[in-house]
Ligand binder design. Structure first.
Ligand code: GLA
Length: 398
């Protein structure tokens, strides 16, 4: 952590010729279970990570905005006035490259009436980009945390996650759900966050796997959310809801309002593939409730079985896994000590997770790395997940 704070600070100093007024961190996230249901009104159970995005920043009196990133040579220059005048649409922000995220956040804060001036910010990060650990949500939330402190905004964590989501959707053009931004803003170290995406009710469950640990397995197969079948799946879920939601009294306003039992009474009315897409949403939502219970009770074996069932549903019913994720998950499951494994995030590449006894973790890592390379030709990267604290995670927001 200190190493990256230092990197952000020295990048700031070398580019802007003075010391930064503040530094900040926002985590990435890993989702334990509850996949592809944050846009179906379901519950999700992610953790904020110790890996994340770092910033060093200072205000500027002249209204200019200057942004630099450790990964990009080019400095992005704009101004508070220019950003205030931009329409909130991807075409207006795409020219800013990576800085569409922080500038989108600034724009969305202004839209909500927050007064921002100019500022300088240097960012760097420890999250592998495009690996499905939410580097973009992390950068958005980081910007909220920085601007809150620079301009003394009365911004709470739930609002920061909504601002970040609005920036992602409207300015970056990715039509995602609320999970990533919410946990990057509100997560707590050593806890999982249980979030009801319908009501935004949330709570924390101690993340204690006993003698086991959570492994993050990066397939190294890059995935691009905007290019993936993400929007197609959303549209399929909306179509399924339109077909059956109105048959209930009161009508269902999201798929995850249906219990699996209710779903069984109407599923025959859905054509393929809508039937399977909706079945994933409804059953995954139930699995999250059971997984939260299992985690709370310290029943890691049960949690592992639910995680397995989640992957199988994402593979067979939702069809968002693909060869690399299936292969890495199968490789992990082939070790007898592994309690469960699944893809995490949007799918189509990116990362998977596995729960393994600490004592067997190295053996699992070696086995997975070898089998995965044999089957796909990719070198994967596997490490134990460490949870981290989000910038708004310890603040009273409710
Ligand atoms: C991406 C999106 C999230 C969520 C997951 C799938 O990470 O940003 O909103 O939909 O995919 O669970």
């Amino acid at each position: 952590m200190d190493e990256f704070i230092r990197e952000a600070s020295s990048l700031f100093e070398s580019r802007f010729g003075r010391a930064a007024e503040l530094t900040a961190f926002a985590p990435g996230r890993v989702n334990l279970i509850g996949e592809h249901i944050d846009y179906n009104g379901g519950r999700v159970l992610p953790c904020s990570l110790s890996l994340g995005t770092y910033a060093a920043a200072s205000p500027r009196g002249d209204g200019a905005i200057r942004l630099v990133s450790a990964d990009m040579a080019e400095e992005i220059v704009s101004s508070a006035d220019e950003i205030a005048a931009l329409p909130c649409e991807p075409a207006a922000f795409s020219g800013f490259g990576w800085a569409a995220y922080p500038l989108g956040v600034a724009r969305k804060l202004m839209e909500r009436g927050y007064a921002l001036g100019g500022f300088e910010m240097a960012v760097c990060g420890s999250l592998p980009r495009g690996s499905g650990l939410s580097s973009s949500a992390s950068l958005e939330v980081l910007t909220c945390a920085v601007l809150k402190r620079l301009f003394d905004l009365g911004l709470g964590g739930v609002e920061a996650s909504l601002v970040s989501l609005a920036a992602e959707r409207d300015c970056a053009g990715v039509n995602c759900g609320i999970m990533d931004q919410f946990v990057c803003a509100m997560g707590r170290q050593d806890h999982a966050l249980l979030l009801d995406t319908n009501t935004l009710d949330y709570g924390y469950i101690p993340f204690d796997l006993g003698e086991n640990e959570l492994l993050i397995m990066n397939t190294k197969k890059p995935r691009r959310l905007a290019d993936s079948k993400y929007n197609e799946r959303r549209a399929e879920c909306e179509a399924a809801l339109r077909a059956v939601g109105g048959l209930f009294d009161p009508p269902k306003s999201s798929l995850c309002e249906l219990t699996p039992e209710e779903f069984d009474t109407v599923s025959h009315l859905l054509p393929e593939p809508l039937l399977r897409r909706a079945r994933h949403a409804v059953t995954e939502n139930r699995r999250v409730a059971l997984a939260a219970e299992a985690l709370e009770a310290g029943d890691v074996g049960r949690l592992g079985r639910l995680i397995n069932a989640s992957h199988d549903s994402l593979r067979d019913d939702y069809e968002v896994t693909g060869r690399e994720l299936d292969s890495i998950v199968e490789a992990a499951r082939s070790h007898p000590a592994v309690l469960g494994a699944r893809m995490t995030g949007a799918g189509f590449g990116g990362c998977a997770i596995a729960i393994a006894p600490k004592a067997a973790a190295q053996e699992v890592i070696d086995l997975v790395a070898e089998r995965y390379k044999q089957e796909t030709g990719y070198d994967c990267e596997i490490y134990a997940a460490e949870t981290g604290c989000a910038p708004f995670g310890e603040e009273p927001d409710k």
